[in-house]
Design a protein around this ligand. Structure first.
Ligand SMILES: [Zn+2]
Length: 271
């Protein structure tokens, strides 16, 4: 029930129960605001509760959700629950489980992105990558991040977390890029997909780095020294070419690959 003294939730967390004029938290509604004959959907309650009760990066368990929302919204049947979670993901919610990211405790999820919830207004059209397309992109890219090369659940070289693969857009949806065109999609790990996360890396000490430095070849050492002296990572023409090539769509990259093979006198691609 709406309580003007309730400082736990902002005004947007409340809505009108049907057409009664009574205010309730979105996830406690029985009928849809303005539509007394329409029951308020379970997915919408779930989305609203998560939007107002969880912070980004926060861990949560099914038990927590069920205690807050009841088993009607968070069914005991795993199949039904999975279906509900799939629908949320189509609305932009991202919450890897322990199955996606082994650094999480078992039966635990981590909220990585908040998607649509009913307090934001009408549900947007679903223009996200379908499960089938996602599979196709991952299979095509060999289940590796096309930017850094890491595979699912592999630890990052800096020891900070394990990789979780996602399908990213080459041309973003905001810029009109398609979520159906395989040529516009590629496999990315969460860290490459959201470069902001790089800033979470822990600082290193010389003692930690020296063993690896000693293993470098002379040309590698010279390259490293040049980067250290100029204060940023220099790029040679190979880096530059590769970066430009990987920004291309799949077909274009295949085309370039075939050309390079031919130039080297190698037989056409072997799979
Ligand atoms: Zn990556």
């Amino acid at each position: 029930m709406f309580d003007p003294d309730n400082e736990d939730y902002p005004a947007e967390a409340f809505a009108e129960e049907g057409r009664t004029g009574r205010q309730a938290l979105w996830w406690e509604l029985k009928v849809t605001p303005g539509k007394p004959n329409l029951l308020f959907g379970a997915e919408q309650k779930l989305a609203a509760w998560m939007a107002f009760n969880l912070d980004l990066g926060e861990h949560f368990t099914i038990r927590m959700l069920r205690e807050a929302l009841g088993s009607e919204v968070v069914p005991n049947d795993q199949e039904h629950l999975n279906r509900r979670f799939r629908e949320l993901r189509k609305d932009g919610w991202e919450f890897p489980s322990n199955k996606d990211d082994r650094s999480l405790p078992s039966a635990t999820y981590r909220l990585d992105a908040k998607g649509w919830n009913p307090a934001l207004g009408a549900r947007p059209p679903r223009n996200v990558v379908s499960e089938r397309t996602r599979r196709q992109v991952l299979d095509r890219d060999g289940w590796r991040c096309v930017i850094c090369g890491i595979g699912p659940n592999e630890p990052y070289p800096d020891g900070f977390g394990t990789a979780y693969l996602t399908v990213g857009h080459i041309r973003s949806r905001e810029a009109g890029g398609s979520s159906q065109d395989l040529n516009n999609l590629r496999t990315e790990c969460k860290r490459c997909n959201e470069p902001v996360r790089n800033e979470m890396r822990v600082p290193q000490t010389p003692e930690e780095l020296l063993p690896s430095v000693r293993n470098l070849t002379r040309p590698e050492l010279e390259r490293l020294l040049a980067w250290l002296e100029q204060g940023y990572r220099g790029r040679d023409r190979l880096d530059d070419l590769y970066d430009r090539a990987r920004m291309m769509g799949f077909d274009d990259r295949e085309h370039l690959k075939a050309k390079v093979r031919r130039t080297l006198g190698l037989p056409a691609a072997m799979n």
